[in-house]
Ligand binder design. Structure first.
Ligand SMILES: [Zn+2]
Length: 257
């Protein structure tokens, strides 16, 4: 059973804006549903689609190694191209907002400091103790304000906003999630896959927004096969995300009030 705004969208004609933190999250989490909404006008807007020049932190270097792409700029160019191709296959529109991914987000320090120890020149020096802790830096306040202003302009022309629930507590996912509560009645949150396989949702946020889960597990095999193929289209990411080579056919879960 789908939340009411999604059910309405399924009948067709809805204008849907999917907020995706990174170049893959929207399809990883909502690919099966989106591939069934063939009569809607769908835009997948990805917020953090850019990197910054080196020297990079140890965490960023390790990510580049995982993606088998030594150069961040060419990796992000490849990721943007993958996303345009995958989202295009859904007959949806891919838009890239061009904000810098948390792994590469810099803060202002004297140049020499950052060259010697790149961690000091980045807003989130480590993955484990900063990015994955779910504590959004105060230095990201201006970024959050800019995102909220941009979204307010766009949401006038949108019937349904799909935003991440921020499961896994990656700071970019939380920054994206936090754009949702301004649009009650129009926003539905999606459980972030694959993080939702191993992490629980943020109980405080769920309670505050009065959200209830709706698992969509009635998708036929053809839809799940199509989603599998879409996810595999993110060639630079799929091996690091699913080292076993198997993409779990998990039910997508949507949360609404
Ligand atoms: Zn992500």
């Amino acid at each position: 059973m789908l939340p009411a705004p999604l059910d309405d969208a399924r009948r067709g004609g809805a204008r849907i804006l999917v907020l995706s933190p990174h170049l893959d999250d929207g399809v990883l989490s909502c690919g099966a549903l989106l591939s069934t909404l063939t009569r809607s006008e769908i835009t997948v807007l990805t917020l953090f689609t850019a990197c910054s020049p080196g020297p990079h932190t140890r965490a960023a270097r390790s990510f580049l190694r995982q993606c088998a792409h030594p150069d961040a700029a060419s990796l992000f160019a490849a990721r943007r191209a993958e996303d345009r191709e995958v989202v295009g296959r859904l007959d949806a529109r891919a838009e890239h907002a061009g904000h810098v991914d948390a792994l590469f987000r810099r803060r202002a320090v004297p140049g020499a400091v950052g060259r010697v120890l790149p961690e000091l020149a980045h807003r989130y020096p480590t993955y484990r103790f900063d990015i994955a802790r779910g504590r959004v830096s105060r230095g990201d306040r201006a970024l959050r304000a800019a995102l909220a202003t941009d979204l307010a302009r766009r949401v006038r022309d949108v019937d349904l906003l799909l935003a991440p629930l921020g499961v896994g507590r990656h700071v970019d996912h939380l920054v994206t999630r936090d754009l949702g509560p301004t649009w009650p009645g129009r926003v539905v949150y999606y459980a972030d896959l694959p993080y939702a396989l191993s992490h629980a949702p943020d109980a405080a946020f769920v309670r505050r927004e009065g959200l209830r889960p709706h698992s969509v597990d009635e998708h036929p095999d053809t839809v799940l096969d199509r989603k599998d193929a879409l996810v595999r289209g993110y060639r630079t990411q799929v091996d690091a995300l699913f080292p076993s080579g198997v993409i779990p056919r998990t039910a997508e879960t949507y949360w609404s009030s």
